[in-house]
Ligand binder design. Structure first.
Ligand code: AVI
Length: 322
């Protein structure tokens, strides 16, 4: 007999991302439990990160935005108004608007891991810049990215854009590898405009990653919600608290999720146990001195052309050339 319409499945069953599953199961089996920070950014995580950028203690976004406003004209003079701007981890693309205003004939290639968020950001940007050519790429920019167009095809120069001190979420070794792969992706003669957070008093850094409203705590805890939802986890989220610590040896803020008491849970049928006070390490945010930034860029194949900072010396905006 012919199948009836009401026999058809309503929707394909949800398939967990195999890379997410592997990272979580391996990470939770380590003596120091850890889950890579890239898994923060599902739809809610991306929205919570945007909310973090608005809290008073989180100075990087405000400071970098002011630096971009002050110096985007100088960037445009170097790269030309018809440059192709390739943004690594584009998120809401809010800062990009400042840059694109000074590059009226630019092509924009946003790369982001969250396709849903990417679509929304592109639609908003297209509304503001109706003539802008946007070529979105849904990808993890940590992996080598194949660009759908290169400078030859687009006409103008290539300008990599990596704001927000996202480079700080990598170990210095991984940061050098990423800078090299960006150089590879962007080609000869490319420029890179990069935002890097500076070392400062630990208390200011800790407050920036443990804000009074608790937005960063929600962002961190959302990772556990994502594990429960997408990987069939039974993690008792209320039994965890958000912790931000300054690690002076590694020059980084570390975010952890700390168990308030001894707990047991399962993820995808595998059992895990945590002692009271034991943590899951979820993020590193490395902070650099200006001289260290130059060395890092150099090791990644980039020479510093300009280095701008704010009156307090909180944050650096660096323009470099391949
Ligand atoms: C995306 N990244 C640069 C942020 C940072 O400051 O390292 C992520 C973040 N984590 C907590 N607050 C913000």
């Amino acid at each position: 007999t012919a199948p009836r319409i009401d026999d058809a499945p309503l929707a394909a069953p949800f398939q967990p991302d195999p890379a997410f599953r592997a990272d979580v199961l391996q990470g939770l089996a380590q003596p120091q439990k850890a889950v890579p920070a890239r898994w923060f950014y599902d739809m809610r995580g991306s929205q919570l990160f945007e909310a973090i950028t608005q809290v008073p203690e989180y100075y990087p976004t405000r400071t970098e935005t002011a630096l971009l406003q002050a110096h985007c004209g100088a960037v445009a003079e170097r790269v030309g108004a018809d440059a192709t701007v390739v943004e690594f981890g584009s998120g809401s693309s809010i800062k990009t608007r400042i840059l694109l205003k000074s590059l009226p004939r630019a092509t924009y290639v946003p790369i982001d891991i969250c396709g849903e968020f990417l679509d929304e950001a592109c639609a908003a940007l297209q509304g503001l810049f109706p003539a802008l050519r946007i070529v979105p790429v849904e990808a993890n920019f940590m992996d080598p990215v194949h660009l759908p167009l290169r400078a030859e095809a687009a006409g103008g120069a290539m300008l990599g854009f990596f704001p927000g001190s996202t480079i700080g979420n990598l170990t210095p070794e991984a940061a050098v590898d990423l800078l090299r792969s960006m150089r590879e992706t962007l080609g000869e003669n490319a420029h890179l405009l990069i935002g890097i957070d500076r070392v400062k008093e630990p208390q200011r850094l800790i407050s920036a990653y443990d804000d009074a409203q608790g937005v960063t705590a929600l962002f961190n805890l959302n990772l556990l919600q994502r594990i429960n939802r997408e990987l069939g986890g039974t993690i008792p989220i209320g039994e965890f608290r958000h912790v931000a610590r300054w690690n002076p040896v590694a020059s980084r803020i570390e975010m952890h999720l700390e168990a308030r008491r001894a707990i047991r849970f399962e993820v995808d049928g595998e059992a895990f146990h945590m002692e009271a006070g034991e943590t899951i390490h979820t993020e590193n945010c490395h902070k650099y001195h200006p001289g260290e930034m130059r060395v890092l860029l150099r090791a990644g194949g980039w020479s510093e052309l300009e280095h701008w900072t704010d009156a307090r010396g909180d944050f650096s905006l660096v323009l470099a050339k391949a």
